[in-house]
Ligand binder design. Structure first.
Ligand code: SF4
Ligand code: SF4
Length: 167
């Protein structure tokens, strides 16, 4: 999300080259910027905290999120987040910020101290598909839909929309 420390030197950003350079932050030579060895991982997603689901209806909202491309939901330290895997429109081909001088405050405040450069993070709960959250909710509340005679794809199919849904 931020490349505060990136220099103006041109970076060969081919994934193979980056991987050969620095794999762990502990390998970083003194005085170098970690961002100069990164494919800008933090500029390829955003995550928003969401209310913890407590009812079947809440879980169904999350199922709706997960019916969309590139959406995931995870729980970290008991906070639920909607994670959208999408690339910032201003990320350049060389993995530098195209609006560095006017980048948003959240990008300015993000630092390499605890970023995902070499993350091996593991979330308490991580849901990538509607089936996963459905299974989780089923375990809490029992099945949402009548099981008998229904094909699996029918169980997760939404009704014909009457308008743009607004949460
Ligand atoms: S504005 Fe710049 S630093 Fe922020 S996410 Fe986009 S490319 Fe990254
Ligand atoms: S993930 Fe870390 S190292 Fe990579 S660009 Fe973002 S802040 Fe820099």
């Amino acid at each position: 999300m931020i490349q505060m420390a990136k220099s103006t030197a041109k970076l060969d950003s081919s994934p193979a080259t980056v991987r050969q350079r620095i794999r762990r932050r502990s390998d970083l030579p003194k005085g170098e910027s970690l961002c100069d060895h990164c494919t800008a991982k933090c500029c390829h997603y955003f995550a928003l905290p969401i209310d913890e689901p407590v009812s079947r209806k809440d879980f169904d909202f999350i199922r709706w999120y997960l019916l969309h491309d590139r959406a995931s939901v995870f729980v970290d330290e008991e906070t639920w987040y909607l994670l959208v895997h999408t690339t910032c429109k201003h990320l350049q081909a060389d993995n530098r910020c195209g609006i560095y001088e006017t980048r948003p405050q959240i990008c300015r405040e993000y630092t390499t101290d605890d970023c995902e450069f070499d993350d091996d993070w593991c979330y308490e709960r991580y849901f990538e598909t509607p089936e996963q959250i459905d299974e989780y909710a089923d375990a809490l509340f029992g099945p949402q839909f009548e099981q008998v005679g229904l094909r699996k794809q029918d169980m997760i199919r939404s009704r014909r929309p009457t308008g743009l849904p607004v949460v």
